[in-house]
Design a protein around this ligand. Structure first.
Ligand code: NAG
Length: 312
């Protein structure tokens, strides 16, 4: 009995310590524009470094380390992202790879069929089966792209994480399943798969590795639309998905991250008087930021208790 008590104290202590680390890491970790706080380096404590995708660690975390050659300016970033998503949508359509736009990219579609100009990376999803297929057939393939007007030529790398077989979060280091990377500057699209992880207890419920959860009927049948001027697909219940993820405020707020919604042109225009970055974080009416994978810690209190008990 005394041993039991001692173990319980140990469990509690360990959990409190790791929860403290969790809280510290989450503060200010979300969102795109700010440099990553030093506390994120806590991730280096992982007993074994399993991480497949590597981002620049001292800047913003938005560039693939292998292709990083300097921080890009506003116009270059937008130009990069717009052509990058067109290339992804056109290439996947041509190759018969089923994919749809997700998260902040889907929110951008909702407003005007374009990316949100304050975004740094884009998000698309696919089924776990499709993911396995691209892991087998398309890993490390390079794809050339020429814009419709013939003026822009680019090349993209499709890199598939070897951890795709693991459909639960694990150590949290590999929740992005694949990436579509602009090899000129390292900006990328995050590709995540969704899978039915508990068919017995939760049939038809699909998860990504970052705890986003969908019913099969929320996703399929996919709807046809256009994004950045090219054919694209979106989930069947896109509105519910957006409201669950960002709250309905994200569908009505017209000033955000240094931009203002222009009702005439239906675009988000740069506006110097709209706060961005740290100033915007202080405002209470801000839109909930998309959850970035590096800002979310695996577990929490109960997870840690469970993990320790499990080991015994
Ligand atoms: C894709 O290729 C890279 C580089 O060779 C490799 O590290 C990775 O394990 C591969 N992914 C899959 C899913 O096989």
């Amino acid at each position: 009995m005394r041993l039991c008590g001692a173990l319980l104290v140990l469990v509690t202590l360990t959990s409190v310590v790791s929860s403290a680390a969790v809280i510290r890491r989450d503060e200010g970790g979300g969102g795109g524009k700010l440099p990553r706080p030093a506390s994120l380096k806590v991730a280096r404590w992982e007993p074994e470094d399993t991480k497949h995708f590597r981002e620049d660690s001292d800047l913003t975390g938005h560039y693939d380390e292998r292709f990083f050659s300097g921080v890009v300016d506003y116009d270059t970033r937008l130009d990069t992202l717009k052509h990058m998503v067109r290339a992804w949508l056109l290439t996947t359509a041509k190759e018969g790879i089923e994919t749809w736009i997700a998260h902040g990219t889907l929110l951008g579609w909702w407003w005007n069929g374009q990316i949100l100009p304050w975004d740094w990376d884009l998000d698309v999803q696919m089924s776990a089966d499709t993911l396995t297929m691209i892991g087998d057939r398309y890993n490390m393939t390079r794809h050339k792209y020429v814009s419709k007007d013939g003026l822009v030529e680019r090349e993209y790398l499709l890199d598939v994480n070897p951890w795709i077989w693991q459909r639960v979060r694990g150590d949290g280091m590999n929740i992005i399943d694949a990436r579509w990377v602009d090899v000129r500057n390292g900006l990328y699209i995050d590709i995540t798969g969704i899978a039915e992880t508990q068919p017995d207890s939760m049939p038809d419920i699909l998860n990504c590795k970052n705890y986003h959860r969908y019913h099969v009927n929320d996703i399929w049948p996919l709807r046809d639309t256009t994004f950045e001027g090219v054919p694209a697909k979106i989930p069947s219940s896109f509105d519910e998905i957006l409201i669950t993820e960002y709250r309905s405020k994200a569908l009505v707020v017209t000033e955000y991250e240094g931009h203002r919604w222009n009702t005439k042109s239906k675009t988000w225009d740069l506006a110097n008087d709209v706060p961005a970055g740290e100033d915007a974080l202080l405002l209470t009416n801000r839109v909930r930021e998309p959850e970035k994978y590096y800002s979310v810690e695996s577990g929490g209190f109960f997870y840690n208790v469970f993990r320790l008990l499990h080991w015994w």
